[in-house]
Design a protein around this ligand. Structure first.
Ligand SMILES: Nc1ncnc2c1ncn2[C@@H]1O[C@H](COP(=O)(O)OP(=O)(O)OP(=O)(O)O)[C@@H](O)[C@H]1O
Ligand SMILES: [Mg+2]
Length: 256
């Protein structure tokens, strides 16, 4: 199976702190990989490196065969790399449809003048973005809330709108930072199914950072466990669940 994502010797230092320490793992195309570990383990920092928000002090990352550490953040979207954030970043007053369409507007950007004057090229770009948004809205079953302002929706539904927006650009790799935070058990189980569908039916490679263990165990093909920036385990959900180092890392956290 080809690798969609390859991380080699990734390291990030903040002053004296090694937030990520010589971390290596890879993710096969069309699979779901969990990245788990106690609070402060370095998970978000890894995602920030993979999405060009944080510059690592060492290591190599290749996404879809491209060395991404030398790319600017906007070219990642063109390459098909997308992420969702630990906190929702939606436009509350806008409708579901508008928010979702925003997720792929950049793909059809035509330039300010043609947008201001509503020239045919800009109109066409807008139509493309909205057509793609309608498709994703149907796919995720959000048609009932298509015209509702996002701020009026319950939190769990807003999370689905955020996912739809990320999917609108037809990403090949999707990174998600704690997508289940604030969801109830039922919503989180639904999210797990959606993540599986994204990978298995649409071929999207998913890197999932999450504390919700039932979700991680049911959604992931494999799991990488980090503690203090270092990989302590890697394997199938079943292997990781039984690994004494993993159990210790989590029990240690609970004791603290
Ligand atoms: N910009 C920064 N400057 C300094 N230290 C940072 C910065 N970002 C993160 N850190 C530190 O790096 C370590 C890893 O943080 P990170 O946010 O990656 O952890 P995490 O695994 O995502 O944790 P959580 O599960 O709580 O979200 C922590 O000790 C954190 O305090
Ligand atoms: Mg985090």
């Amino acid at each position: 199976m080809s690798k969609a994502l390859e991380v080699n010797g990734l390291s990030v230092s903040f002053g004296g702190l090694r937030a990520v320490d010589d971390l290596s793992f890879d993710v096969a195309s069309g699979t779901v990989c969990g990245l788990i570990g106690p609070n402060g383990a370095g998970k978000t920092t890894v995602l920030n490196c993979l999405t060009r928000i944080t510059q690592p002090s060492g290591g190599r990352v290749s996404a879809l065969g491209v060395d991404i550490l030398s790319l600017p953040i906007h070219s990642l979207i063109g390459l098909g790399v997308m992420r969702t954030f630990q906190n929702l970043e939606l436009f509350g007053e806008l409708t579901t449809l508008d928010n979702v369409a925003m997720g792929c507007a950049h793909l059809f950007r035509t330039g300010y003048l043609s947008e201001i004057f509503g020239l045919p090229r800009a109109r066409k770009a807008r139509q493309h973005a909205y057509a793609q948004a309608e498709e994703v809205i149907d796919r995720l079953g959000l048609r009932d809330i298509r015209d509702q302002a996002v701020s009026e929706l319950p939190f769990g539904t807003q999370k689905n709108v955020e996912l739809a927006r990320a999917l609108c650009s037809k990403p090949k790799i999707m990174m998600m930072d704690e997508p289940a935070a604030g969801l109830n058990g039922i919503e989180s189980a639904e999210l797990g199914k959606r993540i599986r569908t994204m990978a298995k039916e649409y071929g999207i490679t998913v890197l999932l950072v999450e504390h919700d263990m039932p979700l991680v165990m049911s959604a992931c093909d494999k799991i990488v466990v980090v503690v203090q920036g270092k990989k302590v385990a890697e394997g199938t959900p079943e292997e990781v669940r039984r690994n004494p180092k993993v159990i210790e890392a989590y029990l240690g956290q609970e004791a603290r």
